[in-house]
Design a protein around this ligand. Structure first.
Ligand SMILES: [Zn+2]
Length: 74
């Protein structure tokens, strides 16, 4: 499997592409606000997308990863 080198320029291009898509998809929003959701194309915080502590009393994904990292270091 050849690994493609995808450096900063490629990531910047993809980010630009997704910002353009967000602006097009959320044309009812101000473009400055639309690009804020270019990474996920969602603008909701329902029980599926929102903070799990708020809805389920669980820790967030980020906290789970950190806990795994701390466990693996020991
Ligand atoms: Zn949602």
């Amino acid at each position: 499997m050849g690994q493609k080198l995808r450096g900063r320029a490629w990531r910047r291009l993809q980010q630009l592409r997704m910002k353009a898509r967000a602006i097009a998809a959320f044309s009812d929003l101000d473009p400055a606000n639309a690009i804020l959701i270019a990474n996920h194309m969602k603008s909701c915080s329902c029980h599926m997308c929102g903070n799990p502590r708020r809805y389920w009393g669980e820790i967030t994904l980020q906290e789970k990863r950190q806990a795994l990292r701390e466990r693996d270091q020991e």
